[in-house]
Ligand binder design. Sequence first.
Ligand SMILES: [Zn+2]
Length: 101
Amino acid sequence: MDSNVLANLRCPMCQQGPVEATATVAWIRGFILAYQFSRKVVIGCVPCVRKQLLAEAGKSALLGWFSISALIANPFLITYNLIRAATVSPNQQAVLQRLRG
Ligand SMILES: [Zn+2]
């Protein structure tokens, strides 16, 4: 798979922008006695990848506080997602690597 392949792909979220950026979104959801750490890879155009990061940071700010572990980890994850959102930029090499798995 080379960069010509990317030229023919559209962003899976808005179907408009180019597939040009990727980021790992990380979040934690606390429950009373346990917590769940999750992450997912998002691939798409820069505005959509950024939107995903900000959406997850927002959800974590609302829902991420319900256990001791989550309480400790959540500020770091929110900060991580916000910094990542601020620094998303086109990176075809990274996208290709993700697509290759
Ligand atoms: Zn998009």
